[in-house]
Design a binder for this molecule. Structure first.
Ligand code: COI
Length: 351
């Protein structure tokens, strides 16, 4: 077997020295850790021989495909510390497959599922002192895949870099969530011809005018509507949406414009197991406005109630608190992720 890439960093990675930080206060801001994982390959070839290197800045050609033409995608997943001190990943294969789908869409080479999962495990082990204690946060992993070959002409890059860095995180949002329905900008074009369904780096900055304005007005995030009709809800800037009416839960169909969230998919399965009726279909703004409860899901946001939505200057409030469907789903999901609820679906992977 090839020598473990962990040998490069055994000294630090074996260190159990807990960083002296207040885990709860870090929110979702970058905390630099010890190592990052890097693996490169030439266009048309397969990835091999990744390595752990010190976390930090790295060199890239000014003519790299990612910098000039946006040839890049990312993923997000978390490592969870259990009560016993071991570390679990949640459905990393799903992230690997979604990265592969995004890579195919943008004509990039991608790591195999096995390479992806092993690289994630190595990154976690090399940074294990940064995995927060049970119940106090998680280690968020950010795999990137980008065109790093230099080229002035428009076209697929001649070299690809797969990189994973990580940061401990706690809550993504602070306080109750108040969303604003965005009526001018759209996150993605409708249907499968756009890139709304992959984690393309180009999906995020184009909506900064909307999110910046909403945040300045005191909102937590914006909720996007479909570009074709403006009548259906899609997703917020970093999470999928669900609504609850009685015993029924529904969420917009991932029709190419909506990111197929792994938390979304897991929450659907958990809700069905708990006896809720769950449907995936187009969801209109009108039915959202008369729902009992509204919640969002995502790796970063987990599962969270939305306290209010403002549409055309009218604010609608929703049920929140520990008795909500969202909180029941959140408890089960977090229980599986941290090993306190039996994982009957084989979703967790021990690092
Ligand atoms: C995640 O939840 O992991 C995401 O990728 C959303 C994000 C842009 C913070």
């Amino acid at each position: 077997a090839p020598p473990s890439v962990l040998e490069n960093c055994l000294e630090d990675s074996n260190s159990e020295t807990c960083p002296d930080i207040n885990w709860e206060d870090i929110g979702f801001s970058l905390v630099p850790t010890d190592y990052m994982y890097v693996m490169k390959c030439a266009k048309g070839e397969k990835f091999s021989n990744g390595n752990l290197v010190r976390y930090g800045t790295f060199e890239i050609s000014p003519a790299a495909g990612i910098l000039n033409y946006g040839q890049g995608i990312f993923e997000g997943l978390k490592a969870y510390r259990t009560e016993e001190g071991s570390i679990l990943l949640f459905r990393p294969e799903e992230n690997a497959l979604r990265m592969k789908a995004g890579a195919d869409r943008l004509c990039m080479s991608s790591p195999s599922v096995e390479q992806f999962i092993n690289a994630v495990k190595d990154t976690v082990l090399a940074n294990k002192r940064w995995v927060p204690p049970a119940g106090r946060g998680t280690l968020y992993l950010r795999p990137l895949l980008m065109g790093t070959g230099a080229s002035l002409g428009v076209g697929p890059s001649t070299e690809y870099t797969f990189l994973i860095y990580c940061s401990p995180v706690s809550n993504y949002h602070k306080g109750p969530l108040n969303f604003k329905v965005e009526e001018k900008l759209h996150r993605a074009i409708s249907g499968f011809s756009g890139t709304g369904g992959i984690k393309s780096v180009t999906n995020y900055a184009p909506v900064y005018p909307a999110t910046t304005e909403a945040k300045a007005e005191g909102f937590s995030d914006v909720l996007f509507l479909d570009a074709a009709t403006g009548k259906h809800i899609e997703e917020a800037s970093a999470c999928n949406m669900f609504l609850v009416k009685g015993n029924a839960i529904c969420t917009p169909t991932t029709d190419g414009a909506i990111l197929p969230g792994i938390t979304r998919k897991s929450v659907i399965a958990i809700a069905l197991d708990l006896g809720y009726q769950v449907t995936e279909r187009p969801v209109t703004v009108e039915e959202m406005l008369i729902a009992d409860e509204l919640f969002c899901t995502g790796t970063a946001v987990v599962v969270n109630n939305i306290a209010s939505v403002t549409y055309k200057n009218t604010k609608v409030e929703y049920k929140t608190g520990s008795e909500t469907v969202a909180q029941k789903l959140r408890k089960t999901l977090l229980g599986i992720q941290t090993g306190t609820v039996e994982d009957r679906k084989g979703w967790t992977v021990r690092v």
